[in-house]
Every structure is written in structure tokens, then in C-alpha cells.
Write a protein that binds this ligand. Structure first.
Ligand code: 3PY
Length: 251
């Protein structure tokens, strides 16, 4: 098993960030920060499918696991990023057990799934296919994102699906979906996050979450969340430059 998957499953504290800048230089800068993983965000960025392989390659240079958030549920997209060498996949907007099953089917080789065999980078462009087939299910992390009212209602069935390693909570979308936005909705949103966390943990799944800052990571870690997606490369760039500019202006 890869260290990345073992650490996910064993619920070690892991801190990473979304990579949304479509250039390997940004990946190298981010990877050198000490993050435990990077998640290339194909869903919410202008990163193209062709570029993903170079971004994963840049993460590999720094020995940082590079996973990819795919744009939707298409098995072809999941296969494409895995063939490019992704260390794992984050599938957004999983709201039913059927959708979770479909993600497992696209991601895992039999007996768990029905992923296609291809001569991609992950399998040394074809000449190590048998080695790759033997280890892929054990090495690759499957994270599914729960971020809708429907997903919240179905969390017990979703978390019970065999083949999933991690339930990842998207608080932004969840807050919109359950009508709990802004400070007024905080209590309801926190309660929903706690429900998802408790249910997923009791099904034996690790739990992850997106946080825009590190402020409340200690509290969520005490609640049992172990995998933290801390903002994104673009958010860090913008926030630190804005802080620098205002410090410079203040003298
Ligand atoms: C959310 O907060 O909804 C996310 O998807 C985080 O990226």
C-alpha cells in the first residue's frame, strides 16, 4: 500500500491544498512548502486535461502525492487522471450510494470495480501493466465529496460503499445546499458537518474537509476529521500578497 493511502486510512493528520494554477512551477513551489499532498483542482480551475499529467509529474519530483479533483462523475475523466499517474481521485457532488458505487467502479480494478487497462504514464507507458494492475487498488486513494442536502441525508448509505477511502466534506456547497450560509447558518452547517463526520467514522471511513484557513483545524481534528484541504495556491498567493501590500503601505 502507498504511504499516502495508508496515512489516509489510518486517519493520520494530513494537510494539503488545492492546486488551481495551471503550471508546474506553481506545483513545485507549493510542493516545497511541506504539504502532505496536493489536490489538482480540475473541477474549479482552467486546468486542461492535457496539462494534468505535467502537474502530477511536478508533484512527483518533490515526492508529494498529487491527487486530482475531477470535474464530475464521468468514468473517462477518472480513468484519464489515474492513467496520468494521480495518487488519488476526489469525486465531487456524490449524493447517493449509486453515485458512490459508480466512483468505485471507475476507480478500482476487479473485483471491486471495472477500471479499464491502459498504457498510460502510471503503468510506465505500457511496459509495466501487470505490476501496475497488481498494486493499483491498494495504492490509490478514492475520496468522494459530500456537499449537498441529499448527500447529508444519504450519508450512512454512501459511507457504507466498499472501496471508498475517505469522505470529503465541501462546506461551501453544503452551506448553499442546506441554506446555512454566512454567520447566521454557522450552527446548522457545523451540525451537518458533525453528522457527516460521525456517520462516516462509524462506517470506518476517514473524513476530510476544505478549510479556507488553519484557524479551526484543531477543533475539527478533535471532532475526528483527519484530512485537511487548506485553501488553494491561488488563495494563498492572493492573501499573502494583499497582506504584504498593506504592511508596505502602513510603513
Ligand atoms: C466546498 O467547500 O464546497 C468545496 O467544494 C471546497 O472546494
Amino acid at each position: 500500500m502507498s504511504d499516502f493511502r495508508r496515512n489516509c486510512i489510518e486517519q493520520k493528520l494530513l494537510v494539503g491544498t488545492f492546486a488551481a494554477i495551471p503550471h508546474p512551477v506553481a506545483i513545485e513551489v507549493t510542493a516545497a512548502s511541506g504539504v502532505d499532498f496536493l489536490c489538482i483542482d480540475w473541477e474549479h480551475s482552467q486546468i486542461s486535461r492535457e496539462r494534468i499529467e505535467d502537474l502530477i509529474r511536478a508533484a512527483d519530483v518533490h515526492r508529494v502525492p498529487g491527487m486530482v479533483r475531477v470535474p464530475g462523475h464521468a468514468a473517462e475523466d477518472i480513468a484519464a487522471v489515474l492513467d496520468a499517474g494521480a495518487a488519488g481521485v476526489l469525486v465531487p457532488r456524490v449524493s447517493t450510494a449509486e453515485q458512490a458505487h459508480a466512483a468505485v467502479k471507475a476507480m478500482r480494478y476487479p473485483p471491486l470495480g471495472a477500471r479499464g487497462v491502459g498504457p498510460g504514464r502510471a503503468a510506465a507507458y505500457g511496459y509495466r501493466i501487470p505490476d501496475y494492475l497488481a498494486k493499483a487498488n491498494a495504492e490509490l486513494v478514492l475520496a468522494i465529496q459530500v456537499e449537498t442536502a441529499e448527500g447529508l441525508a444519504n450519508i450512512a448509505e454512501i459511507a457504507a460503499v466498499d472501496g471508498i477511502d475517505l469522505i470529503f466534506i465541501g462546506p461551501g456547497d453544503l452551506s448553499v445546499s442546506i441554506d446555512a450560509m454566512g454567520p447566521a447558518g454557522k450552527e446548522r452547517l457545523d451540525a451537518a458537518i458533525r453528522t457527516i463526520t460521525k456517520t462516516a467514522l462509524s462506517a470506518g471511513r476517514a473524513v476530510g474537509i476544505f478549510r479556507p484557513s488553519a484557524d479551526d483545524i484543531g477543533a475539527w481534528s478533535e471532532a475526528g476529521i483527519s484530512f485537511f484541504m487548506l485553501a488553494s495556491d491561488t488563495m494563498f498567493l492572493g492573501a499573502s500578497l494583499a497582506a504584504g501590500v498593506s504592511a508596505a503601505r502602513a510603513g
